[in-house]
Design a protein around this ligand. Structure first.
Ligand code: ATP
Length: 357
């Protein structure tokens, strides 16, 4: 594909729906502005009802925003119908044509666009090669596995050479193993073609594995946008920290600020930790990931073990630090000291791995 890559920009976008129960209007998406770089893979992630699909459907043109403007590259596209936009959507339900074979399903969009027959032949075969379905072109779609049907859906979207590919939970109908292999395929194909991709999911591991950037939504607004590492290690709120991975929240007092570090005191134990510019002494919420701490005989926060569970590749612990329950995962527990329920010990953490909200 030799087209210029295009990014997407939402400029103060809102969508208002009417609640069918109460009859009252509400914002499904509220005053959302964001920029998706050309050629990047971006995932919209968030709890059910947070506005992910509505946002995607507005970009596709299936819904129109009540406020704001959507840009594809430099072009404002609010007024364009879906087929006039330079986008293509891959649906959860595949939405294949049941009485057509694989070739005709993929060729359909090109026929609508009146592309010459010999060019259709070339483009369809090239895309089927890309999604690894060469040799399947004569099969009816009901003779395909779920994974193969999803590849046909992907091929059908890619063959029209859109600038932006939109995915609405495309893997939710597949079993767990196939989801993992298909997501690797989707990432490979997106990178090979160099297309901009916007992907809706509520599966955080899918979002992590696929994305250059993740947009976390909550109640119709963007809670945070950043790389998977950014979001995981530097969440900007308890909501984001809790939504991505597991998080423990501890109360700590920050003191003795110097430059980018400060003294953090939790349950009488002090450590020097990284602090954000502009933080002042006071009480803060501290995010501790379960894999960022271990149990030790001494040195750390005094705690008591309330759960100790062998999980094969890791030992799962719950400990009480004061009145706060902390969850821990100690990887590769073979040949390590295993702490039992009721034991009093210490929770030791790497001070660089805590995050202060
Ligand atoms: P899910 O993960 O469950 O698919 P989502 O984040 O994609 O959720 P949306 O489908 O964007 O959420 O819906 C956002 C809100 O708007 C929800 O409260 C939903 O019930 C509501 N909603 C969606 N479509 C309509 C509609 N056509 N009319 C009224 N309300 C709607």
């Amino acid at each position: 594909m030799s087209k210029m890559k295009k990014g997407v920009r939402l400029d103060h976008i809102s969508k208002i729906y009417q609640d069918p129960k109460t009859g009252k209007d509400f914002y499904a998406v509220k005053d959302t502005s964001l920029t998706i770089e050309p050629g990047s893979f971006v995932t919209l992630l968030g709890p059910s009802g947070c506005g992910k699909t509505t946002t995607l459907r507005m970009i596709a043109g299936f819904e129109s925003p009540d406020e704001g403007e959507i840009y594809l590259g430099d072009e404002a596209i609010n007024a364009l119908t879906p087929n006039k936009r330079d986008t293509a959507m891959v649906f959860q339900s595949y939405a294949l044509l049941p009485h057509y074979n694989v070739f005709d399903n993929v060729a359909y969009g090109l026929k609508l666009r009146k592309v010459p027959k010999d060019e259709i032949q070339k483009r369809v075969m090239r895309i089927l090669d890309l999604v690894e379905l060469t040799g399947m072109e004569g099969r009816m779609t009901n003779q395909l596995s779920g994974g193969q049907q999803q590849r046909v859906a992907l091929a059908r979207a890619l063959v029209i050479e859109p600038s932006v590919l939109l995915f609405d939970e495309p893997l939710s109908n597949l079993d767990a193993k196939l989801r993992v292999s298909m997501r690797t395929e989707i990432r490979r194909i997106q990178q090979e073609v160099g297309i901009t991709a916007i992907y809706v999911t509520h599966d955080q591991s899918e979002a992590m594995a696929l994305s250059d950037n993740i947009i976390i939504m909550n109640k119709g607004v963007v809670a945070q946008m950043g790389s998977p590492q950014d979001i995981y290690y530097h969440p900007n709120s308890e909501f984001v920290a809790d939504f991505i991975g597991e998080a423990n929240f501890l109360k700590g007092v920050l003191d003795k600020m110097d430059g980018d570090h400060a003294l953090l005191k939790i349950e009488g134990h002090s450590s020097r930790v990284p602090a954000k510019a502009g933080m002042t002494p006071g009480t803060y919420t501290v995010v501790l990931r379960p894999e960022s701490a271990v149990l030790a005989n001494q040195g750390g926060l005094p705690c008591e073990v309330t759960l100790s569970c062998f999980m094969g590749s890791y030992q799962n612990y719950h400990v009480k630090v004061g009145n706060t329950l902390v969850k821990l995962t100690d990887y590769n527990p073979k040949n390590k000291r295993i702490y039992q329920v009721g034991e009093k010990c210490c929770l030791a953490f790497d001070p660089e791995s805590v995050h202060i909200l």
